[in-house]
Design a protein around this ligand. Structure first.
Ligand code: FES
Length: 102
């Protein structure tokens, strides 16, 4: 699943449907997705389990913790982030496997 987040009138596109979200700079990525009913995988919500990881395809986030504590070097190099500890900075394109896709 590829999800497109746009910061202004934030848009989250879920194939095959389309869902629109409103986010502001600084909003938490996981909390915002869950608030809008997206079945994003998560467990701890404190940046320790890695379940919420997703691939940042485009855009910028502010990490709220050091992702190296949870993600390995290959994942970091591939652009993986932890949604539960990411603050939105710009429009985003994110790839994640949703709970109903597994
Ligand atoms: S939910 Fe555990 S690291 Fe994000």
């Amino acid at each position: 699943m590829v999800i497109f987040f746009r910061k202004k009138d934030l848009e989250v596109e879920l194939s095959p449907g389309l869902q629109r979200l409103k986010l502001k700079t600084g909003d938490n990525l996981l909390a915002s997705a869950l608030d809008h009913g997206i079945k994003w995988p998560y467990l701890c919500r404190v940046g320790s389990c890695g379940t919420c990881r997703c691939k940042l395809i485009k855009g910028k986030i502010s990490p709220e913790i050091d992702f190296e504590n949870v993600l390995n070097q290959a994942q970091l190099k591939d652009g993986y982030i932890l949604a539960c500890k990411s603050s939105v900075k710009t429009d985003l394109v994110v790839e994640v496997t949703l709970r109903n896709e597994t």
